[in-house]
Design a protein around this ligand. Structure first.
Ligand SMILES: Cc1cc2nc3c(=O)[nH]c(=O)nc-3n(C[C@H](O)[C@H](O)[C@H](O)COP(=O)(O)OP(=O)(O)OC[C@H]3O[C@@H](n4cnc5c(N)ncnc54)[C@H](O)[C@@H]3O)c2cc1C
Length: 596
């Protein structure tokens, strides 16, 4: 049986002690965001996830979605759960008050997202996509489209999708063929086929709003000729109710490895009525608003899966009796000791713990920057926050989802054979989390985004948004004896990252294949260093708490031990990555295609 209780204590630590939301009430637009309010939201969300979403996770996986007569039926209980989710205001949480939202910050929203993805990843996708579509419409659509669609999407009665992929065009969107014909009334007729569209058709909401990439008749070739259109399943009546059925249908659903309760649809657009969002041929720019928001959310999906797997593994490791401790029996009254006594099981549990808590901390740092980018009164601070977020988006997406899958797989290993069979639910976490490394731009493509776009942008300005605060964090700890065990490995890994950054920038200018060959390892190296910075910051906070009067010293002592584990058992992987990166492309690119 799957277990999940929202890790509220750790989330509170991230919000209040690590990224410090204590100053939020002084920032315009965030006046009401007090620590008490954040606590209350986390508690409520945690309750909903454990009581409503978790029980539907395994049953939803078992039952899956069914397509009948063009209509997709989600598994039993999903409709009621979604209704309760929307009625409790969760769909409106991070949306702007002018569209009916609660205007709460991303720092809290991302933690709430983590909870729903941990309890039920398939469920979490439906509102997650709607929020991404909401953001693209807010940033790029006309006032009329905003007035018609946003309030319904925010209240959760209408949902959203993103329709990019076609059978012959996945990563390379320049190949897409869906067409848009202008009409006299200012609308467009959209014709084409899309595949793999999450939430393309379902029974959770009364209308579905598709954001569709298509080409205008005069479009230039490639990505510079793509425009974005809003295409509703039902055309809204004048009073805002769903009216006539539009020419968009679901022609099939995919049978797949995981997230079976999330409908992955083949969609046919047959002269469907749509409206332009943003400017003609500038659709990729508009869609990137949604994609960037989704990329961070997909990273959070990885974190959610890792947390759920960790909780399951800890519970099992304490109760499964096998063998005796190498240090002598720990529970002589029992036929054997629980497996948590064994060093190899500890290795697995500590790795899972360090990954989960480290990613939550780094996610918090990025989320704080999202909030500053939107709300801070000082333009310079807003710009720095924007640079940092742009740089960290591919890292959060790829690192968190890689680690999410790896952590879920370790969780299965803790269960031994009982993890591989279905009863305990561990294999579902492995299956469900695997897709997050693929969709929303594969992790290989995220790495290319990091080295190809983010690294050289504005002569390295984005990089400075990380390197400067990271170095300041290290420098400030260098003379603190209590932190020296942590600072030394981090300084070394940071030096390796600086060296690789300079080398890739140089080699990549001469030969782009060199940058491409280094990209995935470079992203992992960057991610490991960023997690290291968060563990150093965590250790500082923990020491300060233990120096003062704190209610739960065990929590902070555990943070110090986990920080030490991260720096001594995980971060040393950085040296191997540096060596691999510096070895260059030749061993990778020399074989002739025919030799494979
Ligand atoms: C369950 C599920 C849900 C999805 N939901 C949606 C959705 O809601 N909306 C939507 O539009 N799409 C969706 N997708 C599609 C998803 O985003 C794509 O599958 C993904 O972007 C990769 O495209 P592809 O599958 O065509 O792979 P390809 O683009 O064919 O890539 C195959 C491999 O080649 C690599 N590759 C490709 N090009 C390059 C390059 N230039 N350099 C280096 N490596 C490269 C890739 O990294 C990958 O490893 C979904 C897919 C699935 C399976």
């Amino acid at each position: 049986m799957q277990v999940y209780n929202a890790p509220i204590r750790d989330m509170r630590f991230v919000l209040q002690e690590l990224i410090g939301i204590g100053d939020y009430p002084e920032i315009p637009g965030l006046e009401e965001v007090t620590p008490d309010l954040a606590d209350a939201i986390l508690e409520e969300s945690g309750k909903f996830c454990t009581e409503v979403l978790l029980p539907l996770n395994a049953t939803g996986d078992e039952e899956g979605c069914v397509l009948e007569n063009g209509v997709v039926r989600t598994p039993k209980g999903f409709k009621e759960a979604y209704k309760a989710f929307a009625e409790s205001g969760w769909t409106a949480m991070a949306s702007a008050p002018e569209w009916g939202g609660q205007g709460l910050p991303e720092s809290i929203n991302k933690l709430v997202e983590e909870m729903s993805c941990a309890a039920n990843l398939s469920f979490g996708l439906y509102p997650g996509l709607t929020h991404g579509a909401y953001q693209a419409i807010v940033d790029h659509a006309s006032e009329e489209l905003k007035q018609t669609y946003l309030p319904k999407m925010v209240e959760g009665t209408w949902s959203g999708t993103m329709c990019l992929t076609e059978a012959h065009c996945g990563t390379d969107l320049g190949l897409l063929r869906t067409r848009a014909e202008p009409q006299d009334d200012g609308s467009y007729k959209i014709t084409g086929s899309k595949i793999f569209i999450s939430a393309g058709e379902h029974d959770l909401t009364e209308n579905i709003i598709h954001l569709v990439l298509a080409r205008l008749p005069d479009a230039p070739k490639g990505v510079k000729g793509i425009s974005l259109f809003l295409v509703p399943k039902f055309l809204p009546n004048a009073d805002g109710t769903p009216g006539q059925r539009n020419g968009v249908t679901c022609s099939g659903i995919e049978h797949k490895m995981g997230i079976k309760a999330s409908a992955t649809c083949q969609m046919s657009f047959d002269e469907a009525t749509g409206w332009l969002v943003g400017e003609p041929h500038k659709g990729m720019r508009a869609m990137f608003t949604m994609m960037n928001s989704e990329r961070l959310s997909v990273g959070i999906q990885g974190l959610g899966a890792a947390e759920a797997a960790y909780q399951g593994a800890v519970a099992y490791a304490k109760e499964r009796l096998q063998g005796r401790s190498l240090a002598g029996a720990k529970h002589p009254d029992k036929p054997a000791d629980p497996i948590i006594v064994h060093p190899d099981v500890r290795r697995m549990l500590m790795t899972m713990r360090a990954n989960v808590e480290g990613c939550r901390a780094l996610g918090g740092w990025v989320a704080r920057n999202l909030d500053m980018m939107k709300h801070h009164p000082d333009p310079e601070t807003r710009k720095e926050a924007e640079d940092f977020t742009a740089l960290m988006t591919p890292i959060v997406k790829a690192l968190f989802t890689d680690l999410g899958f790896e952590t879920a797989s370790i969780g299965m290993q803790v269960y031994g054979g009982h993890g591989f069979i279905r009863d305990h639910g561990m294999e579902q976490y492995v299956r469900d989390s695997r897709i997050s490394m693929i969709y929303e731009g594969t992790n290989g493509v995220q790495a290319l985004d990091l080295v190809g776009r983010k690294m050289p942008a504005h002569m390295g300005r984005y990089l400075r948004a990380f390197f400067h605060p990271a170095l300041a964090e290290i420098d400030a700890a260098i003379d603190d004896d209590r932190l020296s065990d942590l600072v030394q490995p981090l300084s070394k890994a940071f030096g390796g990252l600086q060296l690789c950054t300079a080398e890739i920038a140089q080699k990549g200018l001469r030969d782009p294949e060199e940058a491409g060959a280094a990209a995935t390892e470079y992203l992992r190296l960057f991610g490991l260093v960023a997690l290291g910075v968060m563990w150093l910051r965590t250790a500082k906070v923990a020491h300060a708490a233990l120096d003062g009067e704190c209610d739960d010293p065990e929590f902070y002592k555990a943070k110090l031990v986990t920080a030490q584990f991260y720096m001594t058992r995980i971060l040393p992987q950085a040296a191997g990555l540096v060596a691999a990166i510096r070895s260059g492309k030749s061993a990778m690119m020399t074989l002739d295609e025919m030799a494979f």
